[in-house]
Write a protein that binds this ligand. Structure first.
Ligand SMILES: Cc1cc2nc3c(=O)[nH]c(=O)nc-3n(C[C@H](O)[C@H](O)[C@H](O)COP(=O)(O)OP(=O)(O)OC[C@H]3O[C@@H](n4cnc5c(N)ncnc54)[C@H](O)[C@@H]3O)c2cc1C
Length: 183
């Protein structure tokens, strides 16, 4: 989990703060509001404490491939176990875990003849793993929020859920396509 969390959330911090700057338009780009300093400060998180590319290599080459993904998938299957299958997105999450498992096997196999391959795809692999974990986290949030908001404020979670499913989680498919293209 360490390389996934370090790389995924430092990238999110930078891209998220950059989107915040965008909301200010040209005024965000100048110093007055302070948002440009936050963008710059958040950028270094992707570089120090192990650059995100090195984190991705650590995940795939040092942690996942040596046991053919056994440790990673033991954890993911344990996460699948506790889920409420009535929550929207449940089937999609199980499909993502299955796809990740399949691609991990294919990568281990292909790396026997192409030793550079894991280094080419490590960033995409880490991002796909992070998105699968985010889908899982979102299932927890959706399950809890259904119970909490059904009477008080039914719209409270509808927009974040929509944004997650429309713009964030579909990146998983893109990352897998990029990896498959190199196999
Ligand atoms: C503000 C700041 C504070 C810091 N504080 C400390 C500190 O207190 N203590 C300390 O020890 N260090 C510190 N550092 C150093 C920091 O850890 C390094 O900058 C970081 O590890 C990256 O090393 P590098 O700058 O030499 O980049 P390089 O290793 O030259 O990497 C350049 C780029 O190439 C990529 N890259 C390199 N090798 C590969 C590869 N095999 N595959 C794919 N991509 C690759 C990297 O991801 C990076 O994007 C600090 C850096 C900054 C900017």
């Amino acid at each position: 989990m360490t390389p996934v969390l370090k790389a995924a959330w430092t990238a999110q911090a930078f891209y998220g703060s950059s989107e915040c700057l965008q909301v200010f338009g040209g005024h965000g780009y100048v110093r007055e509001w302070g948002i440009e300093q936050i963008v710059r400060d958040s950028r270094v998180g992707m570089i120090y404490e192990g650059t995100n590319e090195i984190q991705a290599i650590d995940l795939l080459v040092r942690k996942v491939m040596p046991d053919c993904g056994a440790g990673l998938f033991a954890m993911l299957l344990a996460l699948c176990d506790g889920l409420d299958n009535r929550v929207p997105g449940h089937a999609e999450f199980l499909a993502q875990v299955a796809e990740l498992r399949h691609i991990t096997g294919a990568l281990v196999q292909a790396a026997r003849t192409d030793q550079e391959l894991p280094y080419w795809v490590a960033d995409d692999y880490l991002r796909a793993a992070a998105l699968a974990l985010l889908a899982w986290a979102w299932l927890q949030i959706s399950g809890a929020s259904n119970a909490l908001t059904s009477s008080a404020n039914p719209a409270r979670w509808a927009e974040p859920a929509n944004a997650m499913h429309c713009w964030i989680l579909p990146e998983f498919d893109m990352r897998l396509k990029i990896i498959k293209a190199r196999l």
